[in-house]
Ligand binder design. Structure first.
Ligand SMILES: NC(=O)c1ccc[n+]([C@@H]2O[C@H](COP(=O)([O-])OP(=O)(O)OC[C@H]3O[C@@H](n4cnc5c(N)ncnc54)[C@H](OP(=O)(O)O)[C@@H]3O)[C@@H](O)[C@H]2O)c1
Length: 251
């Protein structure tokens, strides 16, 4: 199937490692012109090198802490200067933060800012242009709503899912869809820390993942590419799972 993504412009946040890196590579391989952003520029440069070495146009690298007040406007300016528009926004930057009762306020504020506030602020910069051009894809990488305990990121991701639904209600008619993708356990930097050995990973998978293993970043990227495509015009306001069957409860 031709996903008709050639020369579409995509911005992937949190693209220095993990799911964002894998997603940027898949979108580039489908012909997108890609902008990648995160804080660690040397890692972004490495991702850009790999994409270029694979025969695709070199991505625009934007070094930016996405939580700062001026981040969203900076990203918009950088993308506009380089490409003149944005068609596909992948809100991926984020981080799981266990927050048991008594967790200090600063942790909650910072985690909500990264995983929710920044998603909305960056989207607000780009969605008006998408509406004007009658084409846009907002794709939010969220997380399970079946947490093992209190996790501040889960609360932020719940906000993203509610907001994404609302966005889809208001602007699907303008050709702008908004969807959420929920990873189960995907190989990434944060999971390397959480599950440092293969044995740790397989033990978790045996207990919780019917597929029996963690996924790879490209497993998320492949769904992102489809949702980003004009072929997915009727998919909006959805929450989709890439988790090898890990989700247990339907709601
Ligand atoms: N992997 C999973 O199994 C899993 C499961 C559920 C949900 N998720 C969600 O999927 C997304 C990606 O997760 P991942 O596992 O791939 O994470 P990861 O490997 O830890 O990567 C996180 C990315 O976010 C960027 N980032 C973090 N803080 C940032 C900041 N303040 N400003 C700009 N960029 C920032 C990091 O780049 P720098 O450090 O270079 O800035 C990095 O590129 C997250 O939203 C996560 O919550 C992942």
């Amino acid at each position: 199937m031709d996903l008709q993504l050639k020369d579409r412009v995509a911005l992937v946040t949190g693209a220095s490692v993990g799911i964002g890196e894998g997603t940027a590579k898949v979108l580039a391989s489908e012909g997108c012109r890609v902008a990648i952003t995160a804080r660690r520029e040397e890692l972004l440069d490495g991702v850009a090198d790999e994409i270029e070495a694979a025969g695709h146009p070199r991505p625009l690298v934007i070094k930016q802490d996405i939580t700062t007040d001026d981040a969203a406007a900076n990203l918009r300016k950088a993308v506009d200067d380089a490409y003149g528009r944005l068609d596909i926004l992948v809100n991926n930057a984020g981080f799981a933060v266990p927050a048991p009762v008594g967790t200090e306020e600063r942790v909650w504020i910072d985690t909500m800012n990264l995983n929710w506030g920044a998603v909305r602020r960056v989207s607000d910069q780009f969605v008006p242009g998408m509406i004007e051009r009658k084409y846009g894809r907002v794709i939010n990488i969220t997380g399970t709503m079946e947490p093992f305990g209190i996790n501040a990121a889960t609360c932020a991701k719940a906000a993203v899912q509610a907001w994404s639904k609302g966005l889809s209600r208001e602007h699907s008619k303008d050709g702008v869809t908004s969807n959420c993708i929920v990873p189960g356990r995907i190989h990434s930097e944060q999971n390397e820390r959480g599950y440092p050995t293969v044995e740790d990973e397989l033990a978790f998978a045996a207990q919780h993942i019917p597929a029996g293993e963690f996924g790879d970043p490209e497993d998320i990227g492949n769904l992102v590419a489809f949702v980003a495509s004009p072929k997915a015009r009727m998919i909006s306001g959805s929450v989709m799972y890439v988790d090898g069957g890990m989700k247990r409860f339907s709601h």
